[in-house]
Design a protein around this ligand. Structure first.
Ligand SMILES: CC(C)[C@H](C(=O)O)[C@@H](O)C(=O)O
Ligand code: SF4
Length: 459
């Protein structure tokens, strides 16, 4: 029977089935400092060891400072959390990528970068943005802290099979429009809970045309539409990205893997439980105006009239009024980074927009590369210099202002143009206001001091 990519990946990992649930084999597990302390503690309590340590890889990203790292971590709680991850990894034989090492970065940036994320495998992490890895044709999803312990001990998890949704983007994106805009446009259309219970497969000409960085941005935000899994069938772009990566198969193993990976796509006659089509050429740069990612409009749109109490509260929180345009709105902070948009291509597109421009005097702007390798490459390409000369703070890698779990935090009332993925109340600091948009849009806003339409930039 014709099968979707999701079904193929799922079926290949079934260990057992009972009570409508599937015991799924887990090939790989990524760990970070926030979601694992409890998992290790429960292993200890139960006297369990890690079944296949080589399939686990850990990194600290959420609570680490992104500046003056040589001075150490001043927040004692963060310091303890990070030290605990390192100790736990040592005790259980799990590889830990040190904060000061060349492989460090945000968990969803380094997994693919290392070639740890591969097509055809199942990969989990105690983090909701694990959907990112689906860009490689990987069955990847976020799990809870107690499940992290289960995966370490048993290499398996009980899961419910999701329904399938295909989101097709026919046509081509206009200049100035990127994968971030595709993701936000989808979320705006179906809502932040629109894909709950579904695994999304992204397809169509505009998806095929995306680089791996763009594909990761798109799959990263599947969870913001409610789907734990975003998938893109692997192709030449995927294989070219993976070839030669540190942990990817080499030599004859590569040839064998490649032959298998080439089979990983939905069959022509496969049926999806839900089909959505969004013409790529109709997508404009997107900007969020509220406090969930589906509070989103085209940059030349206006804040919608109040439909319900939740929206009213969101608009109030954001200091906006129904009917107001978002274009022209003054900002005082800009953030380029996160596992959504902290990769090399994101930094390139931001730097291209800045050109010889300078950050507006009212604005404080941060660029936080997604990993040490991204930072190094950006510097080699001269992008670091562009950011610094333009007045951006050029930081060390980490989650930073995406979640404000370290000391990068905005004051109440601050208005921030941000490349991250969540605009929840208080996400970037208590009372801070977040407008999600693409790296090019954030860079233009940082220079202009207000939200502008990057398609008309520079004016
Ligand atoms: C802290 C972590 C568990 C959380 C997540 O699950 O996504 C964080 O990464 C986020 O983006 O909100
Ligand atoms: S960058 Fe943001 S979204 Fe990504 S893992 Fe870190 S906190 Fe979560």
């Amino acid at each position: 029977m014709a099968a979707t990519l999701y079904d193929k990946l799922w079926d290949a990992h079934v260990v057992a089935e009972a009570d409508g649930k599937t015991l799924l084999y887990v090939d790989r597990h990524l760990l970070h400092e926030v979601s694992t302390p409890q998992s290790f503690a429960s292993l200890r309590e139960d006297g369990l060891s890690v079944r296949r340590p080589a399939t686990q890889l850990a990194v600290a990203d959420h609570s680490i400072p992104t500046h003056d790292r040589a001075k150490g971590i001043s927040d004692p709680q963060a310091a303890a959390q990070i030290a605990l991850l390192e100790r736990n990894c040592g005790a259980f034989g799990i590889e830990y990528m040190r904060v000061d090492g060349p492989d460090h970065g945000i968990v969803h940036v380094v997994g693919p970068e290392q070639g740890f994320t591969l097509p055809g495998i199942t990969l989990v992490c105690g983090d909701s943005h694990s959907s990112t890895h689906g860009a490689f044709g990987t069955l990847a999803f976020g799990i809870g802290a107690s499940e992290c312990g289960t995966v370490m001990a048993a290499q398996c998890l009980w899961q419910m099979r999701a329904k399938t949704m295909r989101v097709t983007f026919p046509g081509q994106l206009a200049p100035g429009v990127s994968a971030k805009d595709m993701a936000l446009a989808l979320i705006g259309q179906i809502g932040a809970a629109g894909a709950v219970g579904y695994a999304i497969e992204f397809a169509g000409e505009a998806v095929r045309a995306l680089s791996m960085e763009g594909r990761m941005t798109l799959c990263n935000m599947a969870i913001e539409a409610g789907s734990r899994t975003g998938l893109i069938a692997p192709d030449e772009t995927t294989f070219a990205y993976l070839k030669g990566r540190k942990r990817a198969p080499q030599g004859t193993d590569w040839d064998q893997a490649l032959a298998f990976w080439q089979t990983l796509q939905s069959d022509g006659k496969a049926r999806f439980d839900c089909e959505i089509e969004i013409p790529a050429d109709e997508i404009a740069p997107q900007v969020t105006f509220g406090t969930t990612p589906d509070h989103v409009i085209a940059v030349d749109g206006a804040v919608p009239a109040n439909r319900d109490g939740r929206l009213t509260r969101a608009i109030d929180y954001m200091g906006l009024a129904a009917g107001a345009p978002v274009e022209g709105l003054e900002i005082d902070h800009a953030f380029i980074g996160s596992c959504t948009n902290g990769r090399i291509e994101d930094l390139r597109s931001a730097a291209a927009v800045i050109g010889r421009g300078h950050v507006h005097p009212r604005v404080r702007a941060l660029v936080v590369p997604g990993s040490a390798r991204v930072k190094q490459q950006a510097e080699a390409e001269g992008l670091g210099r562009i950011f610094v000369q333009a007045g951006f703070e050029w930081r060390e890698p980490g989650c930073s202002l995406c979640v404000a779990m370290n000391d990068d935090r905005l004051p109440p009332g601050a208005r921030c143009a941000s490349t991250s993925n969540r605009n929840f109340e208080g996400r970037q600091g208590i009372g801070a206001r977040t407008h999600l948009m693409s790296p090019a849009m954030v860079a233009a806003a940082a220079v202009a001091g207000r939200i502008v339409d990057v398609r008309e930039w520079p004016q």
